[in-house]
Write a protein that binds this ligand. Structure first.
Ligand code: UGA
Length: 438
C-alpha cells in the first residue's frame, strides 16, 4: 500500500523504514532538510540498531524514499503522523505546535479520501481537535479522517518493536469504517496473532500515555524502595528479583538506580498530569508528581554520594562519568540522567571526563564544557572516582583488575546496579550503589 510518514525522528524514520520492510511503498516527509538528505542517502542521522540496514535495503529496492515536500506525501491516501510533542517551555503540558502544523501543511494538498493515523503521544482529545481542523482545511470534495494508532516502540529496540509489536491499538471516531484498511496495513503482523484492539479515539490516546505513566511509576516505585533499603541495610537488587518472580509484578522495569530520562517518560507523565488538570481530574494523577520527584531525586542522591566518596568536596576531583545517553544502545541525550549528573558534578567543581560509545557528539552539543574522552580507557586515566551512569554492555564488561591499573583511586559508583560488587571488591575497589548497603 502507498503511504506517507510525516516526521522522521526516532519514531517516524523507524516506522517509515519498517512499513517499507513489510512491503508497503513509503515516503517519509520532514521539514528538516539535512535529516531528509541524510536518510535519502541511506545515512540514519541517529543511532538505532538495525535501522540503517533496513533503510538502505528499502531505498535500494525502491519501496522507501524521503522528501521535504508535502506534495510527495499527498500522493498517498494513508498518512502516519509521527512528529514530536515535547514539553512546553515553562509548563507541564505537551506542545502540539508540530502536530497541528502537519495538519495545516498536509490537508490542503490532499485529494480524494484520506486517512491520517496519529502515532505521536498526545493529550487526550487531540485527535478530535485535529479532526475539526482537518475538516476546515480539506479542499472541496476531499475527505480526511483522523484516527489514532499509538506507537509503543522503545528507542534502541525500535525495529524489532515495530515489526513485532506486543499489540496494535487503533482509535476510531464513531461510525468510522476504516478498520479494514488498517487491518490491511498491518496484515502481516495480524497474521502472527498480534493482538489488535479497536477503541474510540480518547481511549487510544490514553492507552499510550497510561502505558508510559505505568512504566515510570514502576521505576520510581523501585527507586523509592531502594531509598528504604539503604536506610534499613537491605539490598534492592535482590528484593527486585524476589518480587519480580510474582508474575503479577514482573522483574522488568524494576531496575533501581539513576532513574528514567529520555524524550518520552519524563515529559509524558507531566503532560498527563496537565491534561488531567484541564479535565478537572487533577487529583487522580497527583501521585505522578511523586513519581517525577522520586525520579529526579535519584540524580541528586548520586551527586551526594560522589561528594561523600570524595571526602566532602568535589572541588578539583577527577571524576569519570561512564555514559551520556539516557539509556544503553542509544545516542539520545534528551533529559539524560547520566548527563544531568555529569553536569552537576562539573558545576560542583569536579574535573569531569565523560565517555559514551555513541552519544558523545549529542552530549557535547548540550554540555560543551565537559571533557569527552575518545575511549573508555582514556576516560579512566587518573580518575579519582568512577561513576557508571548508563548501562552500556562495554561498561558491564569492564574488568576490575584491568581498570585498577588505569585509575588513580579504586572508587566506583554503580548508579545502574549492573556490576558484580563482590568481583569489584575482590580487586580492592570501594564500590557503592543506590539501594544496596555495600
Ligand atoms: C519508552 C517506552 O518504554 C516505550 O514503550 C514508548 O513507546 C516510548 O517511551 C515512547 O513513548 O516513545 P524509551 O523512552 O525508548 O521508551 O525508553 P525505555 O526503555 O522505556 O527507558 C526509559 C528510561 O527508564 C531510561 O532512562 C532507562 O534507563 C530507565 N529505566 C528503565 C530504569 O531506570 N530502570 C528500568 O528498570 C528500566
Amino acid at each position: 500500500m502507498r503511504m506517507s510518514v510525516i516526521g522522521t525522528g526516532y519514531l517516524g524514520a523507524t516506522h517509515a523504514a519498517c512499513m517499507a520492510e513489510l512491503g508497503h511503498e513509503v515516503v517519509g516527509v520532514d521539514v528538516d532538510e539535512s535529516k531528509i538528505a541524510a536518510l535519502q542517502s541511506g545515512d540514519v542521522p541517529f543511532f538505532e540498531p538495525g535501522l540503517p540496514e533496513i533503510t538502505r535495503r528499502n531505498l535500494d529496492n525502491g519501496r522507501l524514499r524521503f522528501s521535504t515536500d508535502y506534495a510527495d506525501a499527498a500522493e498517498a491516501k494513508v498518512h502516519f503522523l509521527g512528529v514530536g510533542t515535547p514539553q512546553q517551555r515553562g509548563a507541564y503540558a505537551a506542545d502540539l505546535t508540530y502536530v497541528r502544523a502537519v495538519i495545516k501543511d498536509l490537508v490542503p494538498r490532499l485529494t480524494g479520501d484520506n486517512l491520517i493515523l496519529g502515532k505521536s503521544t498526545v493529550p487526550v482529545g487531540t485527535a478530535a481537535e485535529l479532526q475539526v481542523l482537518a475538516d476546515e482545511l480539506a479542499p472541496e470534495g476531499t475527505t480526511v479522517e483522523i484516527a489514532w494508532n499509538p506507537e509503543f516502540l522503545r528507542e534502541s529496540h525500535g525495529v524489532e518493536d515495530t515489526i513485532h509489536p506486543d499489540r496494535i491499538v487503533l482509535g476510531l471516531r464513531e461510525g468510522s469504517t476504516q478498520e479494514p484498511l488498517v487491518r490491511e496495513i498491518y496484515a502481516s503482523q495480524l497474521a502472527e496473532d498480534i493482538p489488535f484492539l479497536v477503541t474510540d479515539l480518547q481511549t487510544a490516546e490514553l492507552v499510550k500515555v497510561s502505558a508510559n505513566a505505568f512504566l515510570a511509576t514502576k521505576i520510581s516505585f523501585i527507586n523509592a524502595v531502594a531509598e528504604v533499603c539503604e536506610a534499613a541495610g537491605a539490598d534492592v537488587v535482590k528484593l527486585a528479583e524476589a518480587i519480580g518472580y510474582d508474575d503479577r509484578i514482573g522483574r522488568k522495569f524494576l531496575g533501581a538506580g539513576l532513574g528514567f530520562g529520555g524524550g518520552c517518560l519524563p515529559k509524558d507523565i507531566r503532560a498527563f498530569m496537565a491534561r488531567a488538570g484541564e479535565l478537572g481530574a487533577d487529583q487522580a494523577l497527583s501521585f505522578l508528581r511523586e513519581v517525577d520527584g522520586v525520579n529526579m531525586r535519584q540524580r541528586d542522591r548520586v551527586v551526594q554520594l560522589a561528594k561523600q566518596l570524595s571526602g566532602g568536596s568535589l572541588l578539583g576531583k577527577r571524576v569519570t562519568v561512564l555514559g551520556a545517553a539516557f539509556k544503553a544502545n542509544s545516542d539520545d541525550v534528551r533529559d539524560s540522567p547520566a548527563l544531568n549528573v555529569a553536569g552537576q558534578l562539573s558545576l560542583a567543581g569536579a574535573a569531569v571526563s565523560v565517555y559514551d560509545p555513541e552519544a558523545m557528539a549529542n552530549a557535547a552539543k548540550v554540555f560543551p564544557t565537559l571533557t569527552y574522552a575518545q575511549s573508555l580507557r582514556e576516560s579512566l586515566e587518573g580518575a579519582e572516582l568512577v561513576l557508571l551512569a548508563t548501562e552500556w554492555q562495554e561498561f558491564r564488561d569492564m574488568d576490575p583488575q584491568e581498570i585498577a591499573q588505569v585509575v588513580d583511586q579504586r572508587i566506583i559508583i554503580d548508579a545502574r546496579n549492573v556490576l558484580d560488587p563482590a568481583a569489584w571488591a575482590a580487586e580492592g575497589w570501594q564500590i557503592k550503589a543506590l539501594g544496596r548497603s555495600l
